[in-house]
Design a protein. Structure first.
Length: 288
């Protein structure tokens, strides 16, 4: 009987201890959730802001201990957004002023070409003017873009191609059809600038030489991204390149510019196919 009484007391005490432990861990879980949920919410809000959503608001947890932290983060975000807005305005103004200065230089060259005798000299000045216009068009695109860190490839290269053809055909009295297959991507300025100059040089050569003895022709541009690489094709259905193309290329300023931009600056490769007209293919690393 004594043993039974002792066992009964032990079991009762164990039951009390079990209930106490269960209550302790239940209370611990409740308290943990009470304090960790506001922290988790703050972390999620900060991650959203860090991802570029500057309009995201820091949620109020209702916990007095976290209210000061939430207010401090909100104030910090406001200051960051204000600084970014100021930087954006300054960069927009910078692109605008550079574009205006380049247009002034282009206008001076155009005036100078009117007083220069000789077709070769006028063509050289025209090519120089078009190169400056190509650079100015990049700054114009960044000035008009909402996101000053990149521009829309489809919109920019389409506008660039039409402007180049229009300016050259006014001088050469030609008719050129454009076939464009340009995929829409966001490109930074260190890619847009050299690619714009490459397109300018090849289109200029095609308009000047590809359609000799013909009233019209077709020039095409294809631009896309594949497996982290930029693929650009510029082609025409003209007479193609001469057999001693490699020899001519060494003395051609336009093709020398293209070669240096692709191989030296963009670290890409260039291939040329002359079976039907002239087809330039460029393969450039560019994990965007």
């Amino acid at each position: 009987m004594l043993n039974d009484e002792i066992n009964s007391v032990v079991l009762f005490q164990l039951g009390i201890y079990a209930i106490f432990v269960a209550l302790f861990f239940t209370l611990l879980i409740v308290l943990t959730k009470t304090f960790t949920k506001p922290i988790r919410d703050i972390v999620e809000d900060v991650d959203a802001i860090a991802g570029g959503d500057y309009d995201h608001e820091i949620r109020s947890s209702g916990v007095r201990e976290f209210s000061q932290l939430e207010e401090s983060i909100s104030n910090m975000v406001e200051k960051i957004v204000g600084a970014l807005d100021e930087k954006t305005v300054l960069l927009h103004e910078l692109h605008h002023r550079v574009k205006n200065n380049l247009q002034i230089i282009s206008g001076i060259i155009q005036l100078q070409s009117g007083s220069v005798g000789g077709t070769a000299a006028k063509e050289a000045l025209l090519m120089c003017e078009n190169r400056i216009r190509a650079i100015a068009s990049v700054h114009e695109s960044f000035y008009r873009a909402d996101d000053i860190s990149s521009v829309d490839s489809k919109e920019h290269f389409t506008s660039l191609a039409f402007n180049i053809i229009q300016s050259l055909c006014d001088y050469e009295d030609c008719r050129v059809n454009l076939e464009l297959d340009i995929k829409k991507h966001r490109l930074p300025i260190d890619l847009v600038m050299p690619l714009s100059l490459v397109i300018n040089e090849i289109l200029s050569n095609s308009v000047k030489y590809a359609f000799a003895g013909r009233e019209s022709g077709t020039i095409g541009i294809r631009f896309r991204l594949r497996d982290g690489r930029i693929l650009l094709d510029v082609w025409d259905d003209g007479i193609g390149l001469p057999e001693d193309y490699e020899k001519h290329r060494q003395g051609s300023l336009g093709l020398t510019i293209v070669k240096r931009l692709i191989r030296d600056q963009l670290k890409g490769t260039m291939t040329v196919n002359t079976e039907r007209g002239t087809w330039y293919s460029f393969d450039i690393p560019g994990d965007i």
